[in-house]
Write a protein that binds this ligand. Sequence first.
Ligand code: FES
Length: 93
Amino acid sequence: MSACVVTMCVCRGVPFETVARMAGAGLTFDQIRARTGCCGGCGTCEPYVRLVIETGAQALPLLSPAAAAAMLARTRADRPITNETGPGRAPGA
Ligand code: FES
């Protein structure tokens, strides 16, 4: 039986390989998001994109909702939540 893995932002068609390459070149999450559009649709991929940036991994196991929320809380600590919508975002934001 094969495990499910996440390898791209489905909404914007951005492979995590691209994210990893951009992160390796020193781009931040916000810069990668602005240039590729990743995380700009449903937002489900954001914890995965942040993991790619942090670890360089390009195929990630499915995260539980709690693990995804924890990843967002930890990596967004230095970044105010704006008008984004999607999982893990502050209510009313
Ligand atoms: S999967 Fe990336 S924004 Fe929806």
